[in-house]
Design a protein around this ligand. Structure first.
Ligand SMILES: [Zn+2]
Ligand SMILES: [Zn+2]
Length: 149
């Protein structure tokens, strides 16, 4: 884990502790995995990756952990067109997910985004459960294919 990720990891665990969430070994593992992940894994992918180390962990446990992280605003879920799978993303660094509507490839776009959740709560009084940061389009590969065909 690099220094920045280590910091994110400590912050998340600290935040969960103050919320009274029990910090289990699997919670630590799922949290570390999503923070270190360079792409956007599904719950199934996280489950498969952690299974050798945590053989007693279930897929439901992974989902449950992701749900807690989502509720606290650390993780967002990503839906890709024509794909039933839900992908997950750690939102530690400010970025937008740019999704190809054809092949489902997800790219990260680094951009300073205002704290939408916080701003929305301030301005509307809603208690915000989640906010999506997603842009849809056609990736460079699919653009090339379109020209060829
Ligand atoms: Zn594409
Ligand atoms: Zn992302």
């Amino acid at each position: 884990m690099n220094e920045q990720n280590k910091q994110h990891y400590q912050e998340v665990l600290e935040h969960l502790r103050t919320k009274g969430v029990r910090i289990t070994e699997t919670r630590k593992a799922v949290t570390a995995f999503i923070i270190n992940s360079h792409d956007h894994p599904s719950a199934e992918m996280i489950y498969q990756a952690l299974l050798p180390q945590y053989p007693s962990m279930s897929l439901a446990t992974v989902y449950n952990n992701l749900k807690v992280l989502m509720e606290e605003g650390f993780v967002s879920e990503i839906k890709v067109p024509n794909d039933m799978t839900t992908y997950f993303d750690f939102m530690g660094h400010q970025h937008l997910n740019v999704i190809c509507e054809k092949c489902g490839r997800i790219a990260d776009m680094d951009i300073d985004i205002p704290d939408v959740k916080h701003e929305a709560e301030l301005q509307t009084g809603y208690r915000i459960a989640k906010s999506q940061r997603t842009v849809y389009g056609l990736c460079p590969q699919c653009q090339k294919k379109q020209v060829l065909s």
